[in-house]
Write a protein that binds this ligand. Structure first.
Ligand code: FAD
Length: 405
């Protein structure tokens, strides 16, 4: 395989790079070690919406003017109509520079919007997509419930038809960003008597609707990212349903496909490892860096693994570029990437030894105490978007043809 850009791809890469260089204020860039171990990243979920737009708003507007909040969306819906390969190059350049992507925390552009483009009516597209491509609306995803995670089709939240509305009752959990979101994509059971995959409908819910209560869940890294969301007789207009009644499961699986085929992390991982190596070099002999050879070997292993991850991303991209739909390939890339998250954070902890446990606020904390919280946070990537065990099941059954049970 030739990994070099074709001349048009090289020209596009230069255009994106120059745009970022000219337009993105250096102070808002977060890359490599700083992004990963900064508890932040491209779309900093820990900032309030107001704080986010106060610091990043000007840049987000410039991205929106180019259609670069949702670069692969068709131009008529505010995207830039990029090809899969152009979008990949765009993502690579954004990752390399550390420029923030936009204001909507990923779910709107990443999987709610693409699902609406694919399964929504024209009226729904015109109503909901403009807010997403301007980067100023936050979306959240109400799929998981206390009794329905890996077995998502077991959702019990009810949506019962009443006139022009559905009345929703029940509970969602682990809902990232629900505390700042304007809209939710919701899976709810509209026919309790049908087989479980055939009685679910898919809705867009205005988070300001009466009867919605959002309760914070603070994770072990002390971040408030996700929430419990309770529905008490919440009226959702029937025109907010995406796709057909009781066919929502099939719309939901499209959303999950979009969610799992996210591909930007390989660049971030190699930047993290490079920045970790720089950190070790710059702080050698300071007393808080491990001088062990094993740790150096570990950093080298992480660098090799980031390279492997990049190849797995290329496999997914090259399939999408040929019009194929990656399936087990997305699961392989997702599994490798999220487990690598955990390994990189573990290596960073071993670099710092006992100092790694000192968190932000401690006067003796190295790297501003960010490594410890990154270590605690890293495990979540092996759960969100489908756990590692579920990805292994998919690879075994769909990739290797092994029996399901
Ligand atoms: C950071 C983060 C953000 C999230 N954000 C959202 C969000 O915004 N919206 C949303 O709806 N959900 C969200 N989730 C929830 C996530 O999708 C679920 O946690 C995940 O699907 C697992 O479901 P569960 O927690 O119910 O675990 P369970 O499904 O109960 O699994 C428990 C354990 O059993 C294993 N297991 C289950 N079934 C099998 C099987 N068939 N074979 C082998 N092992 C199995 C699992 O791998 C896991 O180790 C988020 C989760 C995290 C960590």
């Amino acid at each position: 395989m030739d990994f070099n850009d074709t001349p048009p791809e090289a020209a596009f890469r230069a255009e994106v790079r120059a745009f970022i260089e000219d337009e993105c204020p250096p102070g808002i860039k977060r890359r490599g070690f700083r992004a990963a171990f900064g508890g932040g990243g491209w779309d900093d979920i820990h900032m309030s919406r107001e704080e986010y737009f106060a610091t990043n708003g000007g840049w987000v507007k410039k991205l929106a003017q180019h259609g670069w909040i949702a670069p692969a969306w068709p131009k008529e819906y505010g995207g830039a109509g990029m090809t899969v390969m152009e979008q990949f190059i765009f993502s690579q350049e954004m990752s390399l520079s550390g420029a923030p992507r936009g204001g909507n925390f990923g779910i709107g552009t990443g999987w709610a919007g693409p699902t609406i483009i694919l399964h929504g009516t024209e009226e729904q597209r015109l109503k909901y997509l403009p807010g997403i491509v301007q980067g100023d609306e936050v979306w959240c995803q109400g799929f998981s419930e206390p009794g329905a995670g890996s077995d998502l089709a077991a959702v019990q939240t009810r949506a019962i038809k009443d006139g022009d509305d559905y009345v929703v009752n029940g509970q969602k959990i682990w809902t990232s960003g629900a505390h700042v979101a304007q809209y939710m994509i919701l899976l709810a059971r509209s026919d309790p008597d049908a087989p479980k995959h055939k009685g679910i409908s898919y809705f867009i819910v205005d988070m300001k609707s009466p009867g919605i209560e959002v309760r914070p869940l603070v994770n072990m890294a002390n971040n408030h990212d996700f929430n419990e969301v309770f529905f008490d007789n919440v009226r959702v207009p029937a025109k907010n349903m995406i796709g057909e009644e009781n066919r929502g499961w099939y719309v939901g699986t499209t959303t999950l496909d979009f969610e799992r085929s996210g591909i930007a992390t390989s660049i971030s991982h190699s930047l993290m490892v490079k920045d970790l190596a720089t950190f070790v070099r710059e702080n050698k002999g300071q007393g808080f860096i491990s001088e062990s050879k094993t740790v150096k070997n570990e950093i080298a292993d992480r660098m090799i693994e980031a390279g492997v991850e990049e190849m797995l991303s290329y496999q997914v991209i090259s399939m999408q570029n040929r019009g194929l739909v990656p399936n087990k390939e997305s699961s392989i890339a997702k599994l490798f990437s999220s487990e690598l998250d955990v390994r990189i954070a573990g290596t960073a902890m071993r670099v710092l030894g006992p100092y790694g446990q000192l968190m932000t606020g401690s006067e003796h904390a190295a790297a501003s105490g960010r490594v410890g919280s990154t270590y605690l946070y890293a495990t979540t990537s092996t759960v969100g978007g489908g756990t590692s065990e579920i990805q292994r099941n998919i690879i075994a059954s769909r990739g290797l043809g092994m029996p399901r049970a």
